[in-house]
Design a protein around this ligand. Sequence first.
Ligand code: NDP
Length: 308
Amino acid sequence: MKVGFIGLGAMGLGMAANLRRAGHDLVVHDLNRTSAATLEEAGATWADSTAGLASQVDVVFTSLPGPVQMREVGTGEGGLLSALKPGSAWFDLTTNSPTVVREVHTVCREHGVELFDAPVSGGPKGARSGKLAIYVGGDAEAFEQHGGILDAIGDQILRVGDIGAGNTAKLVHNCASMIIRSGIAEVFTMGVKAGVEPAALWHALRQGAIGRARTFDRVGDRYLQEAFDPPSFALDLANKDLRLALELAEQFDVPMRAARLVQEDFQEALDRGWGKRDSQTPLLLQNERAGVTIKLSADEVQAVLDRG
Ligand code: NDP
């Protein structure tokens, strides 16, 4: 089976490498050929265009910034649907709008192509190691037929429902993480300003009931070290996810007061030109408001983690 992969960024590169490692005949494409260098060394073939790739493959993966790029790569002029064979499968790994993937799915059906929305969770590290959750939306029978290939890139393959359900689950997940992290920054600045040393406070929180569920760990690498560059998940992308989550909430008339507060911080951070920095950078705004500086070294963070 010949497999195509478009979008070789922080996530796509690792996932494409794992498809190649699993023995698939791989054809790749990106806006930028240098992104494909390591894959070409590993035996993948470069395609000069989306349609050039699509005409060669039975299954295609896309890992793109968002809905605009996914729709363009799929249905635009010279896009996937201009060249994919009927009977092909398309897994879109992009964190995407459920509405957009449903619309593109309808067009795919007219071409005999089976689209699955399959956003992932696990970050670039998980993309490289294969430790990824993949939230799949798509037809159950078609998933039985085509879904096996996902074992090459993830260790938790979860069909959540029909097309669009994968992204609904993913947006719920990411929106939760953004609200929780902002809440953590709020209580953290309170504790530090009240006189508790940050490493001691972090250790204490990690050992409490919520801490033992490991809710606090995600702020160790970035927020607590004020280490936001280069990003592992860019604020521009996180903001897109938050926007999609809020759009979804609006479609279903769900009030989202906490998420809207988080969005205000995201917007201020974007206005300051932080879009290419890590998605935790807006937490700095809470430090500013509280008048608190928190900057542990990597060794101090590791020392807390080593304490269990
Ligand atoms: P990146 O921006 O690193 O990767 C996107 C890639 O797509 C880039 O290589 C980009 O090229 C390429 N691209 C953009 N438009 C096109 C196009 N029209 N044709 C071909 N290639 C194109 O993003 P990430 O890898 O971080 O994220 C990818 C997706 O995964 C996003 O939807 C994100 O929300 C999601 N995600 C990200 C996670 C993370 O931690 N980073 C975790 C889970 C999901 P170029 O760089 O040249 O513009």
